[in-house]
Design a protein around this ligand. Structure first.
Ligand code: 13P
Length: 258
């Protein structure tokens, strides 16, 4: 069975003290659940780089994992302003969000750049959370699946089947991010199903069955259950609703009722 993933992407919010406090609150609430079904889900928090160390302290010896929101593919060198996989690992990071639409569309990251990062994350034993998703225009033009599968193709272009199974894919339709307008559970399932079928063609049934495919885009406590009820929705990547302990914990618990 695929372990469900509930990931908080705090984006460019919260200074270290604020991040420490919120991570601590989330931890306390989830610790109280331990012994229930906490073991079959993975809860991940992705703060800004400067808050990684503070959050690492707040979640030490808990079940919560620490993610970065980006990284460079090189190990070190003259890349002003960048952060490498070994640097992240050294502060306790185990997962890294790569290819988020805000980086693709606002900061101009290319498919090649993203695929190198995925390769480097795997090489350094970080779990990449590779984001894919179509824009509003692409969606309206009926090109969603084509766009998603192209991003997937490039994102996995430097991986063999073994390491590919470790990647978490986040389907985040750009038109649903921060808009309060989530994809319907049916739309999410359609995209996730297409992603899994494509993984099957490329890497075989075993790898396709192992990869977690999570949904992101206006996830909240009110829509989580319906999303999680879809066959190929293995979790969620949450932006706005993860900035409040109560709403994120309600999201992270929701799958328990399945
Ligand atoms: P929202 O949950 O705020 O729509 O953001 C989704 C997202 O981009 C998570 O990476």
């Amino acid at each position: 069975m695929r372990r469900r993933v509930f990931a908080a992407n705090w984006k460019m919010n919260l200074v270290p003290d604020e991040a420490r406090t919120l991570a601590g609150e989330i931890r306390r609430r989830l610790d109280a659940d331990a012994g229930n079904s906490a073991g079959d889900r993975e809860v991940i928090i992705a703060p800004a780089f400067v808050a990684l160390a503070a959050v690492a302290e707040a979640i030490a010896q808990s079940r919560i994992a620490l993610a970065a929101q980006n990284m460079h593919y090189a190990e070190r060198g003259a890349f002003t302003g960048e952060v490498s996989a070994p640097m992240l690992a050294a502060v306790g990071v185990t997962h890294v969000i790569l290819g988020h639409s805000e980086r693709r569309h606002i900061l101009g990251e290319s498919e090649d750049f993203i695929s190198r990062k995925v390769e480097a994350a795997i090489a350094h034993r970080l779990v990449p959370i590779l984001c894919v998703g179509e824009t509003r225009e692409e969606h309206d033009a009926g090109r969603a699946v084509e766009v998603i599968l192209r991003q997937l193709h490039y994102g996995f272009s430097r991986l063999e089947a073994g390491p590919a199974a470790r990647v978490v894919i986040a389907y985040e339709p750009v038109w649903a991010i921060g808009t309060g307008r989530n994809a319907t559970p049916g739309q999410a399932q359609q995209a996730h199903g297409a992603i899994r079928a494509s993984l099957r063609d490329r890497f075989g049934a075993e790898t396709a069955a192992a990869v977690r495919i999570i949904y992101g885009g206006s996830v909240n406590p009110g829509n989580i259950e319906a999303l999680m009820a879809q066959r190929d929705v293995d979790g969620v990547l949450v932006g706005g609703a993860s900035l409040e302990a109560e709403s994120f914990v309600r999201i992270a618990r929701a799958g328990d009722n399945l």
